[in-house]
Every structure is written in C-alpha cells, then in structure tokens.
Ligand binder design. Structure first.
Ligand code: ADP
Length: 437
C-alpha cells in the first residue's frame, strides 16, 4: 500500500472514529440517564411502600397497643412476598423488634420512622438487597448494550465514511490516471444520487470534456500550422536553391530574393495573425478602447477594397448612420470589417453585390456584411471559425484561413458575438453584434 493510500486509510479511520465517538457518547448519555432514572424510581417505590406501612402500623399500635401491632405484623409478614423490618421504640427506652428477617444486613436498609404523640417511635425498614441485585443485573445488561453500540458505531462509522468518500476516491483515482497517462479521455462514473458530490463529478467530467476539446483543437491547430508553414518554406527554399544552382546572375538573384521576401512575409503574416488570435482568445490582447463610430470603421474598410471590387465588377453598398458608437479598439474593429468585406468580395463572382450596413437595436450595435456569392455549405459552416480552415471554394482564392478566426476572437474580446447565415449558391450574411458605448 502506498503512503498516500495509508494516509487516506487513516483519514477514513479518523472520520469513522469521530462518528463512532459521537454516537457512543450520545448513547452513553441515554444509557446513564436511563439507569439513574430507574434507580431513583426504584428507591422512590421502596420509600412509598415503607412510608405507607409505617403509617398503617402506627394506627394499629395506637388503637390496640403493641399486641395488636404484633399480630398484624406477624399475619402480614407471613403472606408478604418480602419481609419488612419492624420495630417500636417505647419513649426512647425500650426497643421492641417485631420483625427482623434473618440474614438481613442492617446497613442495607431503607428506613421510615414515625414518632407518635406519646413519644413512641415506629420504624419500618426494607432491605435494598433485591433492588441492588436488580440494578446490578441492569448494569450488566447496559454494559453489554453499550459494548454492542460501540462495535456497531465503529463498524457503521467506517462503513458510512467509506461509502461517503467513495465518489471522492473515484474522482482522485481518475485525476491520478490522467496525470499518469496524460490521457484526458478518462471519465469518473456518475451515480444517480444527484447530490453535491455527484454534481462535482459531473462538473469534473465536463471540465475534462472541455480540456479534451481544447487539447484536440490545439493539436489540430498545430498540425495545420505545421502543414501550412511547410508550403511557403518549401517555396522559399526552392527559390534560393534554384538561384544558387543557376550560377552568378544578378537579375536571377534579385528575383529569387524578392520571392524569398514574399514567402517570408506570408509566413510572418500567418504567425502574427495566429498570435493575435491567441492573444484575443486568452484576453491578453491590448485593446486601445475609445468611442468609435461604426460608420467610420466600415467606410474605411470598404474603401480598402473598392478597387478590388471594381475590378471584379462587384457593387459594394454601405449604409451606416453616424449615431452607432461603440467603445472599442478602432484598428481591431477595422480589421474585423475589412476581413468580412474582403471575404464577401473574394467569394462573390463578378457582377455580384456586397451590402454593408450598420444599425442599433435592442441596446446593441450591429454590423452586417451580406453578399450574393457562392455561399457556405452547411457542413463547412461550423468549421469556418477554426484556425487555418479553408473551404472548398477557397482553393482558387488567396488566403490563410485565419480571417474569420481573428474576426471571432476580436469581436468576442470586445464582449460581442458574430454569426453567419448562408445559402449555397445564393450568398452569405455575417452579423456582428457589439455592446453600445
Ligand atoms: P480565407 O483566408 O480562406 O478566406 P477565412 O477564415 O476568412 O479564411 O474564411 C474561412 C473559410 O470560410 C473560407 O475559406 C471560405 O470557405 C469560407 N468563407 C468565409 N467567408 C465567406 C463568404 N463571404 N462566402 C463564402 N464562403 C466564405
């Protein structure tokens, strides 16, 4: 057994002992109280018996003298189940003992005395022997009961703590398995009890689901990054190698170096964008927040793509009132608008139309980019926000597959959200919602 298991075992034992001690103390209090109540009620009953007897005998003595009392005592004591001690002390001088059962210990007598008007003292005593015997038997029984209680409490306490801590142990075993194997697919089995521990187990499993999702996502992203880096780096190396192999030719070298710079830029843009996305997602992105009119943002962004749109014969229509103001990082928002407008133009065939509009509604600012382009197939729609994901239609277009990931990360870093609606063959609509200033 490992030291951790020993510690765990001793903790169970300790909790079990605590339960048992409390249970035993409570039971002991009940047992002691029962015993004291029984003893005192037995004593009370004896007292009542001898008190009533001493009164009875005093009356007989006063009426018929010592002879009458003697007759009564004799007659009564013959049939009585327990003989009493009876004596009369005549004015403090002569003592007449009327009944003294043999073998009685005068020390263990419960006594009741009554002094008559002429000074005579009538005394009745009852032995406490049978009472003591009864109490001794009672004590023995209580001792056995207490011992059974201790054993039951100890066993029960251990059982209760073991079963109560079972889910915790299952939880820590699962954690240990995950730490040892590094596999996040282990789950803690849940019970149907719906108690706090079960809830914790559920939360723990959901946390593992989330971690597993993140790890899988990160692995996928890393695979994609490695894959996507390979192409520009291979081009870069190819350009340099070909130039070197061709021998000294200044023009060729220039051309090769220009190719290298272009490919290196591509890699740099990709890495910078990936870092921006990570920063925005983790909350580490420095946002220079200021009051920004969304109309300014969309007009600057659409101006950037005016020429490209003209070349493709696409109409870009902007409808943005001046009163929609958000507290945001202007440059980052322009990046968001630019990426959405760029995509809309990129994935719309010539002769199409792109509508950019801004409005305020329900306490939020809305930025909508609609196009009459190729649309996004339903199976691709959930993945367009993933890093480096590029749809089938994008094969012939320039791009890194990072635009929408950045849009989503930046919008969410501003406390907003972005959604897409699309119908393949008809067009797409991206809607960004941001809190108003
Ligand atoms: P890319 O660099 O490929 O444009 P994005 O992250 O901007 O990367 O977009 C991811 C994918 O989403 C694109 O490859 C494309 O398949 C799809 N997509 C984005 N915007 C549109 C749009 N307006 N119309 C159709 N498809 C789009």
């Amino acid at each position: 057994m490992s030291s951790a298991n020993i510690a765990k075992g001793s903790r169970h034992l300790r909790i079990g002992l605590w339960y048992a001690t409390l249970f035993v103390l409570g039971s002991l209090a009940v047992v002691t109280l029962t015993y004291l109540l029984t003893a005192s009620s037995l004593e009370q009953r004896d007292q009542q018996i001898i008190q009533s007897k001493v009164g009875e005998y005093a009356v007989v003595y006063e009426r018929g003298g010592i002879e009458a009392l003697e007759d009564t005592v004799r007659a009564e004591q013959q049939t009585a189940p327990e003989r009493l001690f009876v004596r009369v002390v005549d004015r403090g001088t002569e003592t007449i003992v009327l009944s003294r059962p043999r073998g009685w210990d005068p020390e263990r007598l419960e006594l009741a005395s009554l002094r008559l008007s002429d000074g005579t003292l009538v005394q009745v005593g009852k032995s406490t022997e049978s009472r003591d015997d009864l109490l001794a038997r009672f004590r023995a029984v209580l001792g056995i009961v207490t011992l059974s209680i201790v054993l039951v409490a100890l066993g029960g306490g251990l059982l209760v703590t073991r079963s109560a801590t079972a889910p915790i142990r299952a939880l820590s075993d699962a954690v240990k398995r995950i730490i040892q194997t590094g596999r996040t697919d282990a789950r803690v089995p849940q019970t149907a009890s719906r108690d706090a521990l079960d809830e914790l187990t559920g939360l723990f499993n959901s946390m593992l689901d989330k971690i597993e999702g993140l790890v899988t996502g990160m692995r996928g992203a890393l695979d994609n990054v490695s894959h996507d880096l390979r192409t520009p780096l291979t081009h870069l190396r190819g350009a340099a190698e070909t130039a070197l192999a061709a021998g000294p030719d200044l023009d060729r070298y220039r051309e090769a170096l220009a190719d290298c710079v272009e490919e290196a830029d591509r890699v740099l843009v990709m890495l910078n964008t990936l870092m921006d996305i990570s920063e925005a997602e983790s909350g580490a992105m420095q946002l220079q927040r200021e009051a920004v009119k969304l109309s300014d943002v969309v007009s600057r962004a659409s101006d950037l793509y005016r020429d490209v749109a003209d070349l493709k014969n696409i109409v870009v229509h902007v409808d943005a009132p001046d009163d929609v103001v958000v507290l945001a990082d202007r440059t980052r928002l322009e990046q968001v608008a630019a990426n959405l407008i760029d995509n809309a133009i990129k994935y719309t065939p010539s002769g199409g139309r792109v509508d950019v509009d801004v409005r305020r509604d329900g306490g939020r600012a809305w930025l909508r980019v609609r196009d009459t382009g190729v649309g996004i197939p339903a199976d691709e729609r959930p993945r367009i926000w993933d890093r480096l994901f590029r749809g089938d239609v994008s094969r012939t277009e320039r791009g890194l597959g990072l635009g929408l990931s950045l849009v989503k990360a930046v919008v969410e870093a501003h406390g907003g959200s972005v959604q897409v609606k699309s119908e393949p063959g008809k067009g797409s609509m991206f809607v960004v919602s941001l809190p108003l200033e």
